[in-house]
Design a binder for this molecule. Structure first.
Ligand code: ARG
Length: 462
């Protein structure tokens, strides 16, 4: 049996599509998520068509009520989605026609699915920017809580994952607060740039009907209509900027996840994940696995992937719309869903984890972490050039290594065997607490600096 032609655009077709054609062509399986945005766009468009006298007030009112019914059917799960109707736009319009008859056919005046999908997707992505901002704010608060609890707790700071210099736990937590603040500002920038309306661009060239694009732009919360109708239907920068911002944010999440995986290991014991955020092993009874952190680290791949995929979809497309652009949505949805999930999981994990003050401190003293403090002391107190101080300190580290002890465990006589002028007060700078307390430069790790930063962030995050 031959399928009948598409009821929306099938006027010049004698037969319906091949089943495989239908499968590759249809987007309703995923773009049904755009239903609220599609209906909002149609309501704005219908109201504008009536205000400009393009359709009657009566038709506009019937359309408005019909669209509300469609929306409630979708919300309650009673909507008869059809693959033959390809996408959300045609599904909604066909159902509207079933409900209200002839006036439904007037809704698509001065509009095309090209500007329709552009406006729907833009509204959806804009909403995701807002959600990301909110989720990031919650994560920052969780990190700030950790920073406050251990503002002056000493821990090793690392470079090359080798112990470098002692830092404070509060300082380390605040580093992530800074990163996530930049992410928020990236989403905010992207949001501000995307907030212009493509509606009214129609298929690509604009329309001969006397539409009011300012009116629809305003109704949908956009700053203004986009100025070039070709660009209006061809642009997907908004989704790309969202995905690029999401990718950088995801990268930050992954770095933090990696630290949590390392820190919660038996070798480190820097943090203990709460039971709520740990999993056990089916064979090894002692295990507490940081699965959520690992999954965050892994999920980031999908977000990067979506960014690359959409860049690749767009890069070879001539203006204006090509069906390739239908492939913009599915991966963006997936990336956004996984970003929100990762943010929520990270927020929960961070809020519930307990830092182990003792382990942090013990680790801070390993790896000759105060060697730089010793070199600085030689410069300050003995007037040595830094390069020479570096060399003397290196010899002292070698001596300690030979004696299998830490720097503060060397005797004064042993120290003086390397440099005769070293005095007993050198031992003051070899303690980790003194080391961090001395780093009072702006943005440094000293508890005084950290507390000042915490106070600033508390105010900003109120
Ligand atoms: N489902 C389509 C998409 O997502 C809607 C636009 C279709 N436009 C067209 N000229 N076929 O891109």
């Amino acid at each position: 049996m031959t399928k009948s032609a598409n009821s929306m655009w099938g006027g010049r077709f004698a037969a319906g599509p091949d089943a495989i054609m239908e499968a590759i062509n249809a987007s309703i399986g995923y773009d049904r998520r755009l239903a609220p945005q599609d209906i909002a766009g149609s309501r704005a468009h219908a109201a504008m068509l009536a205000a400009t006298g393009i359709i009657s007030d009566n038709d506009a009112e019937v359309i408005r009520e019909g669209l509300l019914t469609v929306l409630s059917e979708i919300e309650t799960g009673d909507f008869p989605f059809s693959t033959a109707l390809e996408d959300i736009h045609m599904n909604v319009e066909a159902r509207l026609r079933d409900l209200i008859g002839e006036p439904a056919g007037r809704l698509h005046t001065a509009r095309s699915r090209n500007d329709q999908v552009a406006v729907d997707f833009r509204l959806w992505v804009r909403d995701q920017c807002d959600q990301a901002d909110e989720a990031l704010g919650a994560l920052q608060k969780a990190l700030l809580g950790q920073a406050e609890a251990g503002a002056d707790w000493v821990m090793p700071g690392f470079t090359h994952l080798q112990v470098a210099q002692p830092v404070t736990w509060g300082h380390h937590m605040l580093a992530y607060v800074e990163m996530f603040a930049r992410d928020r500002s990236r989403f905010a920038d992207a949001r501000a740039r995307m907030n212009t309306s493509p509606l009214g661009a129609a298929a690509l060239a604009g329309t001969s009907f006397p539409i009011d694009r300012d009116m629809t732009a305003q109704a949908l919360g956009f700053d203004r209509p986009m100025s070039n109708s070709l660009d209006g239907v061809a642009d997907r920068d908004f989704a790309l900027e969202f995905l690029a911002s999401a990718s950088i944010c995801a990268m930050h999440l992954s770095r933090l996840a990696e630290e949590l995986v390392i820190w919660s290991s038996a070798q480190f014991r820097f943090v203990k994940m709460s039971d709520k955020w740990s999993t056990g092993s089916s064979i090894m009874p002692q295990k507490r696995n940081p699965d959520a952190a690992e999954l965050i680290r892994a999920k980031i791949g999908r977000i990067f992937g979506a960014n690359v995929a959409l860049m690749t979809v767009m890069k070879g497309l001539p203006l204006t719309y090509s069906k390739d652009m239908q492939e913009d949505k599915e991966q963006t949805f997936d990336a956004a869903d996984n970003l929100m999930l990762a943010l929520a999981a990270m927020t929960g994990m961070v809020a519930d984890m307990t830092a182990n003050r003792e382990s942090l401190k013990a680790a801070a003293a390993t790896g000759f972490s105060t060697a730089t403090d010793l070199a600085d002391w030689l410069v300050r107190e003995l007037g040595l050039p830094f390069r020479e101080a570096h060399h003397v300190t290196g010899s002292l580290v070698a001596l300690a290594e030979e004696k299998t002890c830490d720097l503060p465990d060397l005797s004064l006589a042993q120290m003086q065997s390397v440099h005769a002028d070293i005095r007993a007060d050198v031992f003051d700078v070899l303690g980790v607490e003194n080391s961090v307390a001395s780093r009072t430069s702006f943005g440094g790790t000293a508890p005084s600096q950290v507390r000042a930063q915490i106070a600033t962030w508390k105010e900003k995050l109120e």
